[in-house]
Design a protein around this ligand. Structure first.
Ligand SMILES: [Cu+2]
Length: 679
């Protein structure tokens, strides 16, 4: 069954999607907000607080144990326990633990149970800062003088924030309870530290690209811990942490501009502090290590360990490194990255958004802090040798052709992918294979985006509404023309990246657009067709309509089809939002370089049990089961994970048969036809 066909089975609740009794139980739990213990008003759960995270971890382990013991009514029993726990524990902590359970335990995953969308489960923490506007000129009229506010549409996007939160649930810094022995064993996911670096780096690259699109400077790293922070952040007054509005502690603190970091208490009796000077020491030790390529104990640095040391406070085999390079917070070790979130988040007495993963990215300082952390990793990478691409592959990548989906003479329904592939073969393959088709009317070198607005009621009781402005791409297909010059089948991994022309020499600004494998028959010239919405970075199924953006698509039926495929099996809730796939570009067009790089799948492949390959969005979500390997042998971001040859991307990829760099532009337009995928 094609994926296009499988997607037809998915519907949101509004559109008649079937909500299973178990899903209803979970939704009910998340949508009830006044059932919690209010004894300690000063307690604010933060995933960055090692003690809080560890408590949530333990509770999620209890949920797993209960589910293991009650296979017939696992969810009912788990929700029962969650309700009980919220009488004595902080509700946000319980919710966090339950989300860890839902995203990992087979009793939830095998039934396609989902974490309810952020916008439904915590509507108060998705309120946009202010009414935003749709076009570049309008920004100027309404936003006044401060150009930083132009970025609000990006920073305050509810689905971007949900992506960030979700990643930290799937890759909790505590690790995940072992599914079979949740109370006694902990699993640290494969390449967690490396993915921490990569996922945040990709968010940052996109942030910078949007900034230069608007004529702003690149984000400045927050690397002077004693300088006042230029940018302030004043969240929308309706932005709340806890949904119970009677709780006086439900708001987020506002940070005025030019605030300075201050030391914060790090013990219950307040005699100990997390100090900026200790952060400085931690940072200097890390700088020393990245500059000489070794940790203090003489072990060689690798990116996974470095990422874990920077992020984490709980990672079994590198505990001694975190002890040495990190800081202390309420008796636990904490990495430099987490300490920054806490110290910035507590710059005001009422903790600010930096202390919560689901809202942190709203604050400009989030990006500044992460750029600083990323630079530490980049320093180490830049000291490594460039990649060696001299081993030649039996492929000749000729070009990549882009065609808007709405322009293709195909039916936008179940057979869409097959028809699009057929069209590509006919138009760009066979006797046309070597023909220059750039003048062909249907081919474009200019991609398009637009801003859309959706209205959304954020406080159900009051009926109060907000408008959310969001970016949307004009959908397209890629056609890759590639020749297999060998006498045997070659399985190619296609890696697609994009960068603005002016940032092309900055490796960390290349954003991943897609990664997939394709088999190329012996001695063949193939036109490989790929739908942009299948992207390996995108949360699957992609959310496109207003309804889907604020909800979660539900399968009509989860019983396997005749081919034995559960139609919902290739989907997961993890990944970058589809509507942000392409950078916005500019009204007059913005120049980009599109890189396509083919590697040998036989070297890239990772053995994963077949039944565990369920998730379409592999780039940021990694393994399906906690103990599985990340599904790509190459370093994350490959082939851009190492410095360019002679500091030149052109030299790095010049003359390679397996790489193509294409000039494209992205234009922000008023409107374009959208695909309505009918059955
Ligand atoms: Cu993060």
């Amino acid at each position: 069954m094609s994926l296009a066909k499988a997607r037809k089975g998915l519907k949101t609740e509004k559109k008649g999607g079937k909500v299973s009794p178990d899903q209803k139980l979970l939704n009910q739990f998340f949508e009830t907000h006044d059932n919690h213990n209010k004894s300690d008003k000063n307690f604010k759960f933060s995933h960055f607080h090692p003690g809080h995270a560890e408590d949530a971890f333990k509770l999620s382990a209890e949920f797993m144990e209960i589910a293991n013991k009650n296979p017939d009514n696992a969810i009912e029993k788990v929700v029962e326990h969650a309700n009980k726990a919220s009488e004595t524990s902080n509700l946000e902590l319980v919710r966090h633990a339950l989300m860890m359970f839902i995203s990992h335990h087979p009793s939830a995953r095998n039934k396609n149970l989902r974490i309810p969308p952020l916008i439904k489960r915590s509507p108060g923490s998705t309120v946009p800062k202010k009414k935003q506007v749709s076009t570049a000129e309008k920004f100027k009229e309404t936003e006044g003088e401060n150009p930083e506010l132009y970025m609000n549409w990006y920073r305050e996007d509810p689905n971007l924030n949900e992506h960030h939160e979700h990643w930290h649930i799937v890759y909790g810094a505590t690790g995940v309870p072992d599914l079979d022995n949740p109370l006694t064993k902990r699993v640290h996911k494969d390449r967690h530290g490396e993915l921490f670096v990569y996922m945040h780096r990709q968010m940052l690259a996109r942030y910078d690209i949007e900034r230069i699109g608007l004529g702003l400077s690149l984000v400045k790293p927050l690397d002077d811990y004693s300088a006042p922070i230029e940018e302030g952040y004043h969240p929308n007054e309706n932005l709340v942490d806890a949904e119970d509005r009677n709780d006086p502690y439900s708001t987020f603190g506002s940070r005025d501009h030019k605030k300075q970091l201050r030391n914060i208490p790090s013990s219950k009796d307040k005699t100990e502090e997390l100090k900026t000077e200790d952060m400085q020491t931690s940072r200097e030790k890390i700088e020393k290590a990245v500059n000489c390529g070794k940790f203090y104990n003489d072990t060689k640095i690798d990116i996974d360990t470095l990422g874990a040391v920077l992020e984490s406070y709980q990672n079994g085999n590198v505990e001694h490194l975190i002890e040495y390079y990190g800081l202390k917070y309420y008796g636990d070790n904490i990495g430099l990255h987490g300490s920054g979130h806490l110290i910035i988040g507590n710059i005001t007495d009422d903790p600010g958004v930096m202390s919560q993963t689901r809202v942190a990215a709203r604050d400009p300082v989030f990006w500044r802090w992460h750029r600083h952390i990323d630079n530490l990793v980049k320093t180490w990478e830049e000291n490594q040798e460039p990649n060696d691409f001299s081993k030649s592959l039996p492929v000749k990548l000729q070009d990549v052709i882009l065609v808007f989906k709405d322009k293709l003479p195909i039916h936008h329904g179940e057979t869409q992918d097959e028809e699009a592939a057929e069209f590509g073969k006919k138009s760009f393959g066979g006797e046309n294979f070597c023909k220059d088709v750039s003048k062909n009317d249907i081919v474009t070198n200019e991609l398009e985006t637009k801003m859309k607005t959706r209205v959304w009621t954020h406080i159900a009781d009051s009926g109060s509404t907000e408008e959310i402005d969001f970016l949307f791409p004009r959908e397209f297909y890629y056609y890759f023309r590639v020749e297999n010059t060998s006498a045997s089948e070659f399985i190619a991994t296609f890696r697609v990246f994009l960068v603005p022309e002016e940032l092309a020499e900055s490796r960390v600004h290349w954003i991943e657009l897609d990664k997939f494998k394709e088999s190329l028959p012996a001695n063949s010239k193939t036109v490989v067709c790929r739908d942009c919405d299948m992207s390996s970075i995108v949360r699957q199924p992609p959310q496109k309509t207003d309804d889907e953006l604020d909800d979660t698509a539900l399968p009509i039926d989860t019983t396997p089809d005749a081919e034995g495929i559960n139609t919902n099996d290739t989907f997961c809730d993890c990944g970058w939002p589809f509507h942000l796939l392409l950078p916005r570009g500019r009204k007059g067009g913005m120049k980009f370089k599109l890189l396509v790089f083919i590697s040998d799948w036989s070297e890239d492949k990772v053995e994963v049990p077949k039944e565990n390959i369920r998730c379409g969005s592999i780039s940021f979500c990694g393994a399906q089961k906690p103990a599985d390997k990340y599904p790509d042998n190459k370093p994350m971001g490959y082939p851009l994970d190492r410095p360019f040859k002679n500091n030149s991307y052109k030299e790095t990829f010049a003359g390679l048969n397996n790489a193509v760099i294409k000039d494209v532009s992205i234009k922000l337009v008023k409107d374009f036809p959208e695909i309505v995928e009918g059955c």
